[in-house]
Ligand binder design. Structure first.
Ligand code: SF4
Length: 465
């Protein structure tokens, strides 16, 4: 296999700028290549990658190494020199690993995953792989909720949360290897792990009109693949494992404080697909917060609705005691506390983000958002008074059962009112705040109540915007 020297040097440079990565001498442990099918910068911003990397590397029999899709500027060099995708830790080609695990967080990454396999010199289709080829598995939100588009390309897909199942899966592969089982029998063993879907044993049966009639399955595998979810988040660490400046969250140490969401907005995967809603206790979070402090990084709190965490004010206090900053993504306007806003302001935040999603209360009732205009005004006022001058609002257009013109008009009206609230609440010594609207089209997501509703045609969405 050709390995381009320039590419190898570039990967080594990435490694030099990391802290917390684990490098094990090749051959001392069995290898597991963990692949994020997007660039290093995007992949290293994904907390799921860190969680699985940490889980696998805490085993004493397996060395987990990361691999990513090349930066766009490097793609011509990879293709021109026929260089395979290599891991960051030891710059070995993917094909050198007996187990390859992809993290599928976004459907748009499916294509990249296939390109990585091709460039990694691994047969693309599961049924084309030989006994000596790596086992190629995938996990992550998209593997769980929309596996079929890529079912022919992965030997197995993890349905649900990976923290527990990854260990059972690896143990099973090693047990099969020790028994010298062939590829098919190994996959059969994997198919019998709860939460593992091995597509080759399941067969869609279509009716004459082309609709799906049923899914039949081979003998020896369960008829239903059940989603795995962990009952007690406190049992698992979920924080940044490898620190680098080259991420979307540079200067931040990501810590997951909750998973799933009890609000059940009808468009949102977090509310339906990561059931049941769970929180990590402050006691379990404390060591992760201390780790953030040891790196001198802000604690980037991750969760579907961070302000809903029952201990959020105590978490803010613990972070303040450690003398580090705090960062969050968007906040629920009806649950954001004065203490959280004060902590964000003290951490230097100049912008706070809320997600009304729709301009009118009636539309918000349809999507079950559960936030009134008053909630939004109150939250914006509190944020500006706390010293956060700028406000960003997330909206969607093309929501089910909405008239495009009314949607647009209600967003404009709400934005005008919010602008007035911001002006009234403005602290004299502060510069004038900026209101930013981020407007996207509604995309129906699997397993949500809106999964079968239509997406707005491009022309209609463009007109509304
Ligand atoms: S949109 Fe936000 S509040 Fe609603 S279910 Fe999703 S994460 Fe929860």
């Amino acid at each position: 296999m050709n390995v381009n020297w320039k590419i190898k040097q570039k990967i080594k440079k990435i490694l030099q700028n990391e802290q917390g990565m684990q490098i094990t001498a090749p051959g001392s442990r069995s290898g597991f290549a963990l692949v994020y099918p997007n660039t290093y910068r995007v992949g290293m911003s994904n907390l799921g990658l860190h969680v699985i990397y940490g889980q696998i590397n805490r085993r004493d029999d397996t060395a987990c190494e990361r691999a990513f899709f090349p930066d766009r500027a490097d793609v011509p060099l990879y293709t021109a020199t026929n260089t395979p995708i290599m891991t960051i830790e030891t710059q070995r080609p993917l094909a050198a690993f007996p187990l390859i695990g992809f993290i599928l967080s976004f459907e748009m990454d499916y294509i990249n995953a296939l390109k990585i396999l091709t460039w990694g010199k691994i047969p693309l289709r599961s049924d084309a792989r030989a006994e000596t080829d790596p086992l190629v598995i995938a996990g992550g939100p998209c593997a769980t909720f929309n596996p079929e588009p890529v079912a022919d390309y992965f030997d197995a897909l993890v349905i649900g949360e990976g923290e527990e199942v990854i260990h059972t899966l690896i143990d099973t592969v090693y047990a099969c290897r020790n028994k010298r089982l062939n590829r098919r029998d190994t996959l059969l063993a994997l198919a019998n792990i709860e939460g593992v879907y091995v597509p080759r044993f399941y067969h869609p049966v279509y009716a004459a009109d082309g609709t799906l009639e049923k899914i039949s399955h081979d003998p020896g595998v369960p008829s239903i693949v059940r989603r795995r979810w962990i009952r007690d988040l406190d049992q698992y660490r979920a924080a940044t494992e490898v620190v680098t400046k080259n991420t979307e969250f540079s200067g931040m140490f990501l810590i997951e404080i909750s998973r799933g969401c009890g609000r059940h907005c009808r468009f949102c995967m977090a509310g339906y697909c990561f059931r049941n809603p769970r929180v990590r206790s402050l006691a379990a979070l404390r060591p992760m917060l201390e780790r953030a402090a040891s790196y001198g990084l802000k604690a980037g709190l991750v969760g579907a609705a961070v302000s809903d965490h029952p201990e959020i004010d105590r978490i803010c206090a613990a972070i303040a005691e450690l003398g580090i900053g705090i960062s969050v993504s968007s906040l629920r306007a009806d649950s954001v506390s004065e203490q959280l806003l004060a902590a964000l302001a003290a951490s230097g935040h100049k912008t706070v983000t809320f997600a009304p999603e729709a301009g009118s209360e009636a539309a918000r009732a349809v999507i079950n958002k559960g936030i009134s205009d008053e909630d939004i005004y109150r939250a914006v006022k509190s944020a500006v008074r706390a010293g956060i001058p700028n406000v960003r609002l997330y909206f969607m257009v093309g929501l089910p059962y909405q008239e495009a013109k009314k949607e647009a008009a209600s967003i404009i009206a709400l934005a005008r009112n919010i602008k007035s609230v911001m002006q009234e609440a403005q602290i004299k010594s502060q510069p004038k705040g900026k209101l930013t609207l981020s407007i996207n089209t509604f995309v129906p997501k699997p397993f949500t109540p809106f999964q079968w509703t239509a997406m707005s045609p491009l022309a209609a969405a463009a007109e509304t915007l």
